[in-house]
Design a protein around this ligand. Structure first.
Ligand SMILES: Cc1cc2nc3c(=O)[nH]c(=O)nc-3n(C[C@H](O)[C@H](O)[C@H](O)COP(=O)(O)OP(=O)(O)OC[C@H]3O[C@@H](n4cnc5c(N)ncnc54)[C@H](O)[C@@H]3O)c2cc1C
Length: 455
């Protein structure tokens, strides 16, 4: 038995607390363990929840869902659906602007593809302006990266004169938890938004399904940050749907113990992207162009990609020099690049971006994919549906042409549009107007106040 095994969990937690490492957490766990040791029961019997039942009925015409009243789980001012990079930035911006904000996420953590998809390289953070590298990702997105830089082992290559850092997924989740809770955002994890609640033609909430059953969550202004446009599609906003490569990222461990010279002789020169940990690499898998809104297809890809990855790592392990490599994990979230794209009141094009076209209603600036191209201002209209009121889009589903999709879906741009959507939604609530009527000069002033870069 190793000496570590002989130390009890309680002793480890107590020494963590003494060292100030996760002290509040460690103290709480120790207190819970002490209570348990004194006989508090872990397996308490409680009365089964009784909920009204409205089961769907199988009929000759198919399965029919009867009309049913929906209890309201929460009522808020700004309702952000989807806790990826765009949704987190949106929720923090709205809450800091002083309105009640709720953020709904289907999984149990924030970050979406950035953390859950293990897409660890944050691209598009900088651009070349007058021959100089300039940070375009500022505001809440920039703050997140700075926060990661203050955590041990959380980020690599984060500096003003360096584009595109790489973050650790667990650190990203924690930094987002902190940012969101400190801003006073109310969070609902484990809630899938499966439909919208309409007030006439205007969405005023979403229907969520989860372990608590089915509920309504109501908001004065909605931000669709689901990446797939689930909310604006359900509300009837005009949009297009695309197929794109769907992959699955994995991480390779023990890379520092591999014999890279030997592997090179076997033709293996690339073990994946660097991470903050020398022993770990993240490995992208492009995958086939497919329909991200088809659960059968998503299921097939999960199984097929996992198998491909396992085989790939086994092959690496069979090579001289690669014996110690291990498959650390596959991402808990499939790598969906694009599905729905909003038809906005404005559509930003690659041609606009290439010539750094200026707009009177700029709400943020995109950076170059590799940090070596021009900056590209983003107009407010890409977040605003052509006709639908009460809602803004943010993240990888905003209104761009086919050629700009590859840049707009990068994490930095998603953080930028998320920040702007949250700030605009908050202003719409405060000024009792629709998002399309938001006073642009007020919005730009608020964004600047919140540290955003508008060119
Ligand atoms: C394989 C792959 C590699 C990539 N490589 C890079 C790269 O190297 N660098 C880079 O910058 N970008 C890269 N990207 C793109 C980038 O990761 C994403 O486009 C970006 O993270 C999207 O952010 P988002 O917030 O718009 O959406 P998402 O990250 O998809 O977030 C959406 C969130 O909403 C939640 N959600 C969705 N539907 C619902 C619902 N109905 N109800 C409740 N919650 C819901 C999701 O769980 C998720 O948390 C890559 C993407 C993929 C797939």
């Amino acid at each position: 038995m190793s000496s570590l095994n002989r130390i009890s969990r309680r002793q480890v937690l107590l020494s963590m607390a003494a060292a100030g490492l996760g002290a509040p957490f460690a103290r709480r766990v120790v207190a819970e363990e002490e209570a348990a040791a004194k006989g508090a029961r872990e397996l308490q019997l409680i009365a089964p929840e009784s909920r009204p039942r409205y089961p769907a009925q199988r009929t000759a015409d198919g399965v029919i869902q009867p009309a049913r009243p929906l209890p309201t789980l929460e009522e808020t001012d700004v309702l952000v659906v989807g806790g990826g990079s765009a949704g987190v930035a949106a929720a923090v911006a709205a809450a800091r602007a002083g309105v009640r904000t709720t953020l709904i996420e289907r999984y149990g953590f924030f970050g979406g593809l950035w953390s859950g998809g293990m897409v660890l390289l944050v691209m598009g953070t900088h651009a070349l302006v007058d021959g100089q590298l300039r940070r375009t990702l500022r505001g809440i997105g920039g703050e997140l990266l700075n926060r990661l830089a203050n955590m041990d082992g959380a980020i690599l290559n984060h500096a003003d004169d360096r584009a595109n850092p790489t973050s650790d997924p667990e650190a990203t989740k924690i930094a987002m938890d902190e940012l969101v809770t400190e801003a006073g955002v109310r969070v609902l994890f484990h809630c899938w938004a499966t439909d919208v609640v309409m007030d006439g033609d205007r969405p005023c909430g979403v229907v969520v399904d989860g372990k608590s059953g089915r509920h309504a969550v109501l908001g004065k202004v909605l931000v669709d940050a689901t990446g797939d446009g689930d909310v604006f599609a359900a509300a009837g906003a005009e949009h297009e749907q695309r197929l794109h490569a769907i992959g699955l990222v994995h991480r390779l461990g023990n890379v520092d113990r591999a014999d890279h010279e030997e592997l090179k002789k076997a033709g293996i020169t690339n073990l994946g992207g660097l991470t903050p940990h020398p022993s770990v690499r993240w490995v992208n898998l492009r995958g086939p162009s497919s329909n991200a809104l088809d659960v059968r297809e998503l299921t097939r890809l999960e199984i097929e990609h996992r198998r491909t990855i396992w085989k790939r790592v086994q092959t690496l392990r069979s090579k001289p020099g690669g014996e110690s490599l291990v498959l650390l994990d596959t991402a808990p979230q499939l790598g969906v690049r694009i599905s729905r794209i909003l038809a906005g009141v404005e559509t930003l094009t690659r041609a606009d971006a290439n010539r750094s076209r200026r707009f009177p209603n700029t709400i943020g600036v995109g950076g170059a994919d590799n940090g070596r191209g021009p900056e590209w201002p983003i107009p407010y209209g890409v977040l605003v549906p052509k006709k639908l009121d009460g809602l803004l889009a943010a993240g990888r589903c905003v209104s761009v042409d086919e050629k700009l999709i590859e840049s707009m879906r990068l994490i930095a741009a998603c953080l930028v549009t998320g920040h702007a959507a949250g700030a605009a939604a908050a202003l719409a609530v405060k000024d009792h107007c629709e998002p399309r009527q938001v006073d642009i000069s007020k919005l730009q002033a608020l964004l600047r106040e919140q540290g955003a870069y508008l060119g």
